[in-house]
Design a binder for this molecule. Structure first.
Ligand code: IPM
Ligand code: MN
Length: 359
């Protein structure tokens, strides 16, 4: 019996989470696994009503579960940063979810803004380091409010942080890389960095990448790209990629680009992973306040995040099943964009669940 913590959150978060849970139920039935869910009301509404961002026992509470499913966090009436830092980043950090895994996969029938590239070419994952770098909050102001003001925000990485992230990328490539999946000649990990300018931090990343690769992963092909060039290749040569691994900030930026190449935020899934602990799965798209309550938002990103959650629980077959059902659903949709799908949010959830049952 798996225990799943559910944080529907703000905006369209609850709507897409409901569809992810609908599909999860269909998967449980088909593949014969059982689970129970506990819902937590963390988010903007709770903050506005009580002044509390996250209850003191939130982390301990969540730790009682095997995985967490999150909708979206953010509220138009709350100053940017409060909920993001106080809920999302706090949970990522305190649960030591040091990997943010973000697949960039174009599904059948989905329109990409990139000409001449299809599902065969746009098929890779980004392993984003998720607890270090520019996100640690190291830094500060001096002489704030004067013209002599200095602001510092430091990119902080330890050997251990870099090593565990790279190890995850290598392991992931061995298990789910293009060769492992039978769609390529190699399992490849490419480090995305900026060794030509950030000569301390990415020197460390590059050294550990090669040391670890030589010592423990000689079967995995290694590539390196500067982050700026990566943006270019994500558009013109996405087929070069298999598993990309990068720092927190670079990963944040390139995965928004990746999301748009796979049809938009409506289909972009993700997972905050602690390979030794509790992981939390969330669609990359935000709260979409404009579409809240309209039954118009695309739930596929949340549904695919649910599939990633099952994979992390070792329920690979069920995860592949959901993926297959999604691949049979996308060709029937007019668009991945909210309100343009040709179906409502709940209809898409129903379609995926029904398709899964017939597989
Ligand atoms: C993401 C988001 C978050 C991040 C924000 C909301 C803190 O952009 O998950 O990519 O920067 O990590
Ligand atoms: Mn982001």
């Amino acid at each position: 019996m798996y225990k799943i913590g559910v944080i529907p959150g703000d905006g369209t978060g609850p709507e897409v989470t409901a569809e992810a849970l609908k599909v999860l139920a269909a998967a449980g039935e088909k593949y014969g696994f059982e689970y129970e869910t506990t819902e937590y009301n963390f988010g903007g509404e709770h903050y506005l009503a009580t002044g509390e961002v996250l209850p003191d026992n939130a982390v301990e509470e969540l730790k009682k579960h095997d995985a967490v499913l999150l909708g979206a966090i953010g509220h138009v009436d709350v100053k940017p940063g409060i909920l993001e830092k106080g809920i999302l980043l706090k949970l990522r950090f305190e649960l030591d979810q040091y990997i943010n895994l973000r697949p960039v996969k174009l599904y059948p029938g989905v329109e990409s803004p990139i000409k001449n590239k299809g599902p065969k070419e746009i098929d890779y994952v980004v392993v984003r380091e998720n607890t270090g770098g520019l996100y640690t909050g190291c830094g500060g102001f001096s002489m704030k409010g004067t013209k002599d003001e200095v602001a510092i925000q430091e990119m902080v990485y330890s050997y251990k942080q870099v090593e565990r992230c790279l190890r995850f990328a290598f392991e992931y490539a061995r298990k789910y890389g293009k060769k492992a999946r039978g769609v390529g000649e190699h399992n490849t990990v490419a480090l995305v960095g900026k060794t030509n300018v950030l000569t301390f931090v990415f020197d460390l990343w590059d050294r550990v990448f090669n040391e670890l690769g030589d010592a423990e992963y000689p079967d995995i092909k290694r590539d390196y790209y500067h982050v700026d060039a990566t943006c270019l290749y994500m558009v013109i040569n996405p087929e070069w990629f298999d598993v990309l691994v990068t720092s927190n900030m670079f990963g944040d930026i390139i995965t928004d680009l990746g999301a748009i190449t796979q049809g938009g935020l409506g289909i972009a899934a993700g997972g905050n992973i602690n390979p030794e602990g509790l992981s939390m799965f969330e669609p990359i798209g935000g709260t979409a306040p404009m579409w809240t309550g309209k039954n118009a938002i695309n739930p596929l990103a949340a549904i695919c995040s649910g599939a990633m959650m099952l994979e992390s629980l070792g329920l690979d077959k069920a995860a592949r099943g959901i993926e297959a059902a999604v691949k049979l659903t996308t060709p029937k949709m007019k668009s991945m964009a909210a309100n343009e799908m040709g179906y409502t949010t709940t209809e898409i959830g129903d379609m995926v669940a029904a398709t899964l049952a017939t597989l």
